[in-house]
Design a protein around this ligand. Structure first.
Ligand SMILES: [Zn+2]
Length: 235
């Protein structure tokens, strides 16, 4: 029987850490990331380390969004979260925050929600064997220690700072004892694997049934003619 891995993503940390991926790839203006592939890459690392089959049971993502009351437009962020849920199969926990006031509260919600979910799932018999935490913050140390008391194994995923420098002792979980069971993984070491490569594929138009070459990998495809007629809503 294969081991079960559950991935926990600190959305705020991942957003910040994309810069380490861009730096490794030499893409100063950034590039697209293959979010569907990202959790599986680290699952494979755990499987290779243990030399056992590891199945990904769920990817839990924690993030925030500006509340409708604030003046910020959140439509782009909403469609990104929608994409993670519908196209990448993530389990989303998104909290509305009033960003006009205290921005510092933004990330503390993400941490508390992630730690609570880790505790809840650790206490559920048979929910998972290995937790893969994509998010490096010493605030997670107590929750990780408790999860290990439940017999869960922990894989930490962090990122190198600029110039390949290891994360600082005071802020990174990797220097804390008794919070992880495997050597840490670095997201930028997998930069090539998590970079989204768009390939041309033939797809069938949902409206007229014609086939057309496209790089669009979303769930629904409409051909250029149908799109130009604007008879359909394209998200
Ligand atoms: Zn069409």
């Amino acid at each position: 029987m294969s081991l079960k891995a559950m991935v926990f993503i600190d959305g705020a940390w991942l957003y910040r850490s994309r810069s380490s991926i861009f730096a490794k790839l030499g893409e100063e203006h950034g590039c697209e990331i293959d979010y569907a592939k990202l959790p599986r890459v680290f699952c494979e690392d755990v499987a290779n380390f243990l030399d056992e089959d590891v199945g990904l049971v769920r990817t839990n993502y924690f993030g925030t969004i500006p509340s409708v009351r604030s003046s910020f437009s959140s439509s782009k962020q909403r469609s990104f979260y929608d994409f993670l849920e519908k196209s990448c199969g993530y389990e989303m926990e998104i909290h509305e925050v009033d960003v006009s006031g205290n921005e510092g509260r933004d990330e503390s919600w993400v941490k508390v929600a992630l730690a609570s979910s880790l505790m809840f799932n650790s206490a559920m018999p048979g929910a998972f064997d290995v937790a893969i935490l994509i998010g490096d913050d010493t605030d997670y140390a107590p929750a990780l220690r408790r999860a290990r008391m439940f017999g869960r194994r922990i894989q930490l995923v962090t990122a190198h700072a600029a110039g390949g420098v290891q994360p600082a002792t005071g802020t990174s979980l990797i220097w804390k004892s008794h919070v992880s069971d495997f050597p840490p993984l670095y997201i930028d070491d997998h930069a090539e694997e998590v970079r989204l490569v768009r390939e041309n594929i033939m797809r069938t138009c949902k409206q007229c049934g014609r086939e057309e070459e496209t790089t669009w990998a979303g769930p629904e495809f409409f051909c250029s003619e149908c799109r130009s007629k604007r008879t359909i809503r394209v998200s």
